[in-house]
Design a protein around this ligand. Sequence first.
Ligand code: CAA
Length: 386
Amino acid sequence: MNELLTKQNLEYQAKTREIAQKYIKPVALELDLNQTYPWEIVKHLQDAGLMGVWIPKEYGGHSGGVMNLVLIVEELSRACGGIGVGFAVNALGSFPIILGGTEEQKQRFLPDVAAGKKLVAFGLSEKSAGSDAGSLICRAWKDGEHYVLDGEKKWNTNGTAASTYTIYASTNPERGGRGISAFIVEKGAEGFTIPKEEDKLGIRCIGVAELLFDKCKIPADQLLGGTEGRGFMNAMMTLDRARPGVAAQALGLAQGALDLTLEYVATANLNGESVSSSQGIQFMLSDMATQIEAARRLTYAAAQAIDANAKGVSKLAAMSKLFASDVAMKVTTMATEIFGELGIIRDTGIEKYFRDAKITQIYEGTNQIQRLVIGRTLLKEAASKA
Ligand code: CAA
C-alpha cells in the first residue's frame, strides 16, 4: 500500500511508527492496567510536531488533512488503541471550529490545539441522547453578555484531559435538531465540573468522562460561528470527517494484533509441532490479513475523498468506520483464539487489542447508525437517478 502514499504521508507514518515502537509499546500494558493518561506520549507527539496535523496552516497546523490524521492514528493504534483515540479525539473536537467557527474563534482556539498545548474534546452525547443526537436535552440561553449552559454530557472521550470542549446544547427546544447550537467551552468556566470518569473494558488509558454544566456561564462570543441553530449540522459534518479516524484506530489495532500473532506463531509449538505449520492457523492468518488490507483501502479512500472535498463523504466515512471496526473485532477475536489460553492472559498483550477493539463498533455513531447513514444515502442516490 505504501506505493499509493505521498512522500509527506510516508514521513508522518514513519515519525509516528518510531514513537509508537520506542515509547508506546513498552508502556501500553501498564497505562492500560492503571488507567493512566499517556501525557509523556502526548509530549513526544508534540515534540515531533504531530499534534494538530489536520489543522490548516493559517491556524498553526500543517494542513495535513484527514489522510495524514488517519495514518498517524493507525500507527499509534497499532501499539495502543487507547492512545490512537486519545489523539484522534483532538480532530473530532477541533473539526467543529474549523468547519463552523468565526475567524476570531479559529485564530483564538486552534493554534493551541495545533501546538499540542491544549487537548480538545467533543460533547454531543447525553445519557438519553446517544444515537438520536437531535434529542439532546442540555439547554443554553443568552443572558446579557453570556450564554448559560445547563445539563450533562456523557461518554466524553478525553473529557478529563482536555482543556477546550465543543459542546452542543439546545437554544430552541421547539425546533428540535434545528434548535441546537454549539459552544466552545473552556475548563474552569464557572459552573462546569467533571463529576465522573468511567472504569472501562478497553481504551483504558484515555479518560471517558461525564461533564456537568450547572448554569455554566460562558462569554457570548463562544457561541460557535456566532449564530444559533447551526449545531446539529455542524456535528453531522464533523462526524463525517472524524469517522475515518475511528476506522484508522480499528485498522491499526487489528494490524497490531496480527503483528503480535505472527510473532507468536513463529516460535510457538503444540504437541511437538510448530503452530505455524498448521494449515488451519495459516487460513486464519490469511483471513485476518485480507480483511485488514480491505479495511485499510476503504479507510484511506474515505480520508482522501474528504481531503478532495468530494461529494457524498458521509456514506464513505460511515462505510470505513463500519467495515474497519467490524474487521477489528473479527481479527482480534481470531488472534485471541490463536493464542489459546494465553489469549486471555494480560501479559501476552493480545487480550488488550481485543478489549480495545469493541468500542470502535460503538462510538462516533454505533455501527447500526453507520448502516442507517449508508442506507439513507443509497436510497437518496437511487431516487435522484429515477
Ligand atoms: N452533513 C450535513 N448535514 C446533515 C448531515 C450531514 N452528514 N446529516 C444530516 N444533516 C442535516 C440534514 O440535512 C437535516 O437538515 P434540515 O433540518 O435542514 O433538513 C438535519 O441535519 C437533520 O438530519 P436528519 O433528519 O437526517 O437527522 P436525524 O435526526 O434523522 O438523525 C442521525 C440522523 C444520522 C441518526 C444522527 O442523529 C446521528 O449521526 N446519530 C449518531 C450520533 C453520533 O455519532 N454520536 C457520536 C458522539 S461522538 C463520540 O462518540 C465521541 C467519542 O467518544 C470518541
